[in-house]
Design a protein around this ligand. Sequence first.
Ligand SMILES: NC(=O)c1ccc[n+]([C@@H]2O[C@H](COP(=O)([O-])OP(=O)(O)OC[C@H]3O[C@@H](n4cnc5c(N)ncnc54)[C@H](O)[C@@H]3O)[C@@H](O)[C@H]2O)c1
Length: 336
Amino acid sequence: MKKILITGGAGFIGSNFIRYMLKKHKDYKIINLDKLTYAGNLDNLKDIEDSPYYRFIHGDICDVNLVNDIVKNNVDIIINFAAETHVDRSIEDPSEFMRTDFQGVYVLLEAARKYNISKFIQISTDEVYGTAYEGFFKEEDNLKPRNPYSVGKLAGERLAYSYFATHNVPVVITRASNNFGPYQYPEKFIPLFITNALEEKPLPLYGDGSQIRDWIYVIDHCKAIDMLLEKGEVGEVYNIATGNLITNIEIAKRIVNILDISESMIKSVTDRPGHDIRYALDFNKIQRLGWKPSRNFENNFEDTVKWYVDNRSWWKKIKNSKEYKRYYEKQYHEII
Ligand SMILES: NC(=O)c1ccc[n+]([C@@H]2O[C@H](COP(=O)([O-])OP(=O)(O)OC[C@H]3O[C@@H](n4cnc5c(N)ncnc54)[C@H](O)[C@@H]3O)[C@@H](O)[C@H]2O)c1
């Protein structure tokens, strides 16, 4: 039985990953360390919270004593999902991003070094490359992040790499593209648009919606990380993407069509400052290890919309919170 410490497991990708791993493997014990920031939500894990293979610990990855206490207790693997993740919030106030996305990684790496962890997966992001004006970024390309979130993530992953290079900590770094799927906090583009549509509120599109993203279904991302646990080479970086390059306006129109509402509900709002126009990744390296994205983007997208339709109480609780309302009113005052 291997013990995995998953940090940030009460968030979007982390909770999907924990559920996926518990279903697929019977030889892992999972500890989920999560601070439960506004984005962390134990409702995401309700169905598995009583599993004998799962334990939740409420705490901060920056807490040295707590992290050491957990890791010294026979943890084999660390997968660090914990982060502040919303670009708009990093523009408003980057302080927590610098703390969690850099300092927190440092605390985890020190524990990994001290207690001889057998693998440390640092979940980074495609945003560390900055805008891909043309072509597809390869893992060895220049890194030119353009907002405080992506700079924090870059600092965290390069620190992780330095622990591999200088202390032989067995670090693997992933850079995934934009995820979509169930349990995503509804400040993010896709769940925001779906839930606003269901509430008959306007859908706030940044600028003209011409920004291009590579969209990956969250379960495909989970499968890639699972494979890297076994096959990922230490000291290496892996892009995780699909080639589904789609503009934001197209995504908005898909949602409108699936939910059968009028396109006039899409309202342009002032663009995000420094908004990256295009992200695009070359993901041949991870494909060579045997992973490939599922082909049914359309189905996965429709299933995602349906999940939010069927799970109104999950997102209504979030949207009714003071924190959400404060953020929403400030961010989208133009259309309220
Ligand atoms: N969502 C995407 O499209 C995407 C794409 C590529 C990479 N990533 C990366 O994947 C990871 C997970 O992203 P997500 O979308 O699930 O994020 P999320 O915002 O939904 O969840 C983040 C989780 O981390 C927890 N957390 C924050 N600070 C913490 C701290 N100091 N200590 C412990 N826990 C803390 C939060 O409570 C929350 O549960 C992040 O590292 C992100 O950078 C996300």
